[in-house]
Design a protein around this ligand. Structure first.
Ligand SMILES: Cc1ncc(COP(=O)(O)O)c(C=O)c1O
Ligand SMILES: [Zn+2]
Length: 418
């Protein structure tokens, strides 16, 4: 594992030390990227090492097979990463990256495994975050695993699984009558109040909000390494990624930069497609308008809970990556998302998250318009398991369950030979 050389502001390029925990750039509040000494990496990291670590280990290393390009610290792990890249039955060029296979059922495990790893490494004890749902499940689980405490702020209508997981993993939970943006404000205010009240520094919460510390992006970059390795160290033509805060997209782009600098992959980078839901599509709107930032999306509402981010902190980074790659930001309606979710379950045996179905719905649309062909080499992310949304999806599908089963079924009569 390499030492971090410095942290670099994504906006102004300012450098900061990684010896102590950092949040945002002190000059312009830009998000921070983890940077290593590239000459060191070229000497110590290699594709062969990765294959050897995996071959030498009796258990799956998950995303830690990329330890050569991850910060030096003792991992807090539950076996995240190295998820299946499944071929579609119907579209010859399409591969689906099944992130529902992660601990806590979503790709959030990658970022939070690394963020909690580094928090423990720095000796932090109390972690706080606002979440649309899955980040809360993952933070609660990794905090429990690492022996740290988690303080979570969730919209009150968060899917039941997320609520239940956070409770079970022992997090302190605040359900908020509002959206993730309201939750984020409450975290900031709570930390400011702790400072004002002279709470001892080791008791003050550390804010793990999306992009407000450098390590969630660093963990999610492993998705970029993985998809390239799983394709035989080659780029696909396009990547489809459901985008709320955009951490995965930003992380994958960082991975591509690093892999090219290390000589691990070459050729044209994939077109990046960021997929949103029409009920909350601030980045799609900004993309259509040619703007470099999004505007706050009023009355955000969608079944794809993870996409309900009315004004992502990294909006300008997302837009810049999508445009530079030649991709697009597209929004799908609730009907399209639900129809695609049913289609993939019935025809591919995959129970997608509504966020993943926003990506498959957009893929279908581009096939129809002819912008994409079914043999184009595409990697599409199902960012979470549909099983985390049984309550909200059943409700959207108006699934009827018998109110009460008869008290005594004549089961014995049926199975016992007469
Ligand atoms: C299943 C799922 N997909 C996608 C997203 C959006 O993630 P990102 O912040 O990386 O854009 C979330 C966020 O909560 C999520 O839970
Ligand atoms: Zn800066």
């Amino acid at each position: 594992m390499p030492r971090i050389a410095y942290l670099e502001c994504a906006r102004c390029g300012h450098h900061l030390s990684a010896e102590t925990p950092q949040t945002l750039c002190p000059l312009d509040a830009g998000p921070l990227y983890v940077r290593y000494d590239l000459d060191d990496l070229r000497r110590s990291a290699s594709r062969d090492n990765i294959a050897r670590y995996a071959a030498d280990s009796a258990t799956s290393l998950g995303m830690w097979r990329y330890r050569d390009v991850l910060p030096q610290a003792e991992p807090v792990t539950l076996g995240e990463g190295w998820t299946p890249l499944l071929a579609s039955r119907r579209y010859p060029g399409l591969r689906l990256k099944e992130e529902g296979a992660n601990p806590t059922g979503s790709f959030k495990a990658r970022g939070l495994s690394l963020a909690v790893t580094m928090a423990r490494h720095y000796g932090l004890r109390h972690l706080a975050a606002p979440s649309a749902g899955n980040a809360a499940s993952a933070l609660a689980a990794y905090a429990a695993r690492g022996g740290l405490s988690a303080h979570l702020f969730l919209p009150q209508d968060v899917p039941l699984a997320n609520h239940l997981e956070a409770e079970l993993y022992g997090a302190e939970l605040t359900l908020v009558d509002g959206l993730i943006s309201d939750c984020a404000r409450l975290v900031t205010e709570a930390i400011a109040a702790q400072r004002d009240a002279n709470v001892p520094p080791e008791e003050i919460w550390f804010d793990l909000s999306t992009l407000k510390e450098p390590f969630r992006v660093e963990g999610k970059k492993t998705m970029g390494y993985e998809l390239v390795e799983q394709l035989g160290w080659q780029y696909p033509e396009a990547v489809f990624y459901p985008t709320g805060g955009g951490v995965g997209l930003i992380g994958m782009w960082k991975a591509f930069e690093e892999m090219e600098a290390l000589g691990w992959v070459s050729g044209k980078r994939p077109r990046m497609y960021a997929l949103q839901a029409s009920g909350c599509a601030p980045v799609a709107q900004a993309f259509d308008e040619g703007a470099s930032e999004s505007r706050f999306f009023a009355n955000a509402a969608t079944l794809a809970a993870g996409l309900r981010v009315p004004k992502p902190y990294g909006d300008s980074l997302i837009l810049d990556i999508v445009r530079r790659s030649g991709g697009a930001v597209l929004a799908s309606s609730e009907e399209e998302i639900l129809a695609s979710l049913k289609d993939w379950a019935a025809h591919e045996g995959l129970f997608l998250s509504p966020e993943g179905a926003a990506a498959t719905a957009a893929y279908d649309k581009l096939l129809t318009t002819g912008e994409l062909r079914s043999d184009d080499r595409v990697v599409l992310f199902n960012t979470g398991s549909g099983l985390k949304y049984t309550d909200t999806i059943a409700q959207a599908l108006r699934l009827r369950r018998p109110h009460l089963l008869p008290r005594s079924l004549p089961v014995g009569g049926i199975i016992t030979p007469v």
